[in-house]
Ligand binder design. Structure first.
Ligand SMILES: C[S@@+](CC[C@H](N)C(=O)[O-])C[C@H]1O[C@@H](n2cnc3c(N)ncnc32)[C@H](O)[C@@H]1O
Length: 359
């Protein structure tokens, strides 16, 4: 029996470990769109309280009701974790089990007090995606695993995982099709440098430059990824341009980069910058890493789509597999006739081969 005079479990050491882990992960690279440290403190507090609760249950100070809303929330989070893991690799062998799990949780939600439309629609969207998921034979594992990233590339702050960076280098190095390379959303130039390094080693290289588009305007959330001491010391404020930092980091690749500081108009941008336009010719590769909302992806399609080449252009959605990127997945599913799955590197990115035409 528990009593108030009993020895209390020492959860402080566990909380300390969690703190160390949180600091480590908050400074580590991750795929774009999912920042760790924005909520790190809140998560640490939640973890501390959960740990305390586990001790209370074990010691009999508390009873764990597996049908209570908090237990349901935990199962929901675990299922979201499974969806996240699936999207890292999209292995066909994982699909059936995940579908079963999703149907199970949807049933449980039906009969629980957790009748939350947002949670429901997230899982329903995941079920729709899995049911419609492309024939695995069109989806190839790209060969970027062995790609070496130079010192110069590795020192650039990034929002991407290493596997994705290797994939970009491999893609630009091995691309044999016609047309330009376009990158939407370069931030400090990490993905840009990988594309440039790959392009410089491409034996069929006929393209002179990578067309890089970004507003280069600093946002508060970007701090999450700012581990480089030089960048931290710069203390760039929200609303200021970070273009000079992009140029510093990508200096070795300057000849291969053509920068367009502009804003892709989606209806909500207030920035006094020129609107993003494409005045070039055919596009061979387009990497989309602006944002995961529908409006941004539709605007990209409107501006650049008419220059895609049927059967040749590769369109990469860098944020495709991130949990909040449901609208990107929906967008691609609706364009199933024009976007044929091509590559699934490890991480959030997914590449498609374009076919047909965009009016
Ligand atoms: C996710 S970050 C790109 C990360 C980068 N690819 C890397 O390697 O770390 C998104 C970038 O897109 C830019 N961006 C987002 N929406 C934009 C828009 N509508 N117009 C112009 N730039 C935009 C942001 O300024 C930011 O630098």
């Amino acid at each position: 029996m528990a009593s108030s005079g009993m020895h209390q479990p020492d959860v402080r050491s566990f909380a300390k470990d969690l703190e160390v882990e949180a600091i480590r992960t908050s400074t580590g690279a991750t795929d774009a769109g999912v920042g760790f440290s924005i909520s790190t403190l809140r998560e640490m507090e939640l973890a501390r309280r959960l740990c305390q609760h586990v001790h209370d249950v074990i010691d009999g100070r508390s009873f764990f009701d597996r049908y209570a809303v908090n237990a349901m929330c935990m199962r929901v989070l675990l299922m979201i974790g499974s969806v996240q893991s699936y999207f890292r690799e999209e292995l066909p062998s994982d699909k059936a089990r995940l579908l079963d799990g999703l149907r199970g949780i949807l049933n449980e939600l039906e009969g629980s007090n957790l009748c939350d439309p947002k949670i429901r629609s997230f899982f329903e969207e995941a079920v729709r995606y899995l049911k419609a998921a492309s024939a695995p034979e069109t989806l190839q594992r790209p060969g970027g695993e062995g790609e070496e990233l130079s010192e110069a590339v590795q020192r650039i702050p990034t929002m991407l995982c290493r596997e994705t960076l290797r994939y970009y280098k491999w893609l630009a190095r091995t691309f044999e099709g016609a047309g330009d390379i376009v990158e939407l959303g370069s931030w400090m130039g990490s993905s840009t440098a990988c594309l440039a390094e790959g392009l410089s080693q491409n034996l069929n290289r006929e393209r002179k430059a990578i067309h890089v588009y970004d507003s280069f305007i600093w946002r508060e959330w970007m701090k999450t990824y700012t581990e480089d001491p030089e960048l931290r010391a710069a203390n760039i404020r929200a609303g200021e341009s970070f273009l000079e930092y992009f140029w510093n980091y990508t200096e070795p690749y300057r000849d291969l980069i053509d920068v367009h500081q502009s804003v892709l108009r989606t209806g909500t941008e207030q920035l006094a910058l020129p609107a993003t336009e494409w005045g070039g010719g055919e596009i061979g590769i387009l990497v989309m890493d602006f944002a995961h909302d529908r409006a941004s992806n539709e605007a990209m399609w409107r501006v650049f789509g008419p220059s895609f080449r049927s059967g040749s252009t590769i369109v990469v959605f860098n944020q495709f597999g991130n949990i909040p990127a449901g609208e990107v997945r929906e967008f691609c599913r609706e364009k199933v006739q024009q976007l044929v799955p091509l590559h699934k590197p490890y991480g959030s990115a997914k590449a498609f081969r374009f076919q047909g035409f965009v009016e």
